[in-house]
Design a protein around this ligand. Sequence first.
Ligand code: ZN
Length: 125
Amino acid sequence: MKGGTNKDRRPCPDWCTADHQDPGGSWSCDSGHNWIRNRDGQLAAEATVSWDAFEHRPAVTAYLFPRDAKPDVGSGFAHSRYEAEQMARLIDYAADVPKGVLRQLAADVRESAAVAYPQDEAEAS
Ligand SMILES: [Zn+2]
């Protein structure tokens, strides 16, 4: 909230729309929701800025909402202008790539994550 502070007493940035006075309100500063909907009105995507109470810098997040009954959204996070630009390019370029290429890329990302973070996989099971 402009001129306010979050629950950790850090001053809110001008873009914060969160009501931190609400006892059930968010700890995070939030830019609000820029929802993008499909032609049928279903929620398709969202891009937002948030700043968790205990983080040192804000995060830009992009969400994609699946059309079927899958429970989880897909998301990408960026913690710098460079990372946010890279994420925007990825999304832009994906618009021109065949679905099969994107599904293979998703599988390769999961495989790379298992290599990079093997201890996380052991903790999850
Ligand atoms: Zn705030």
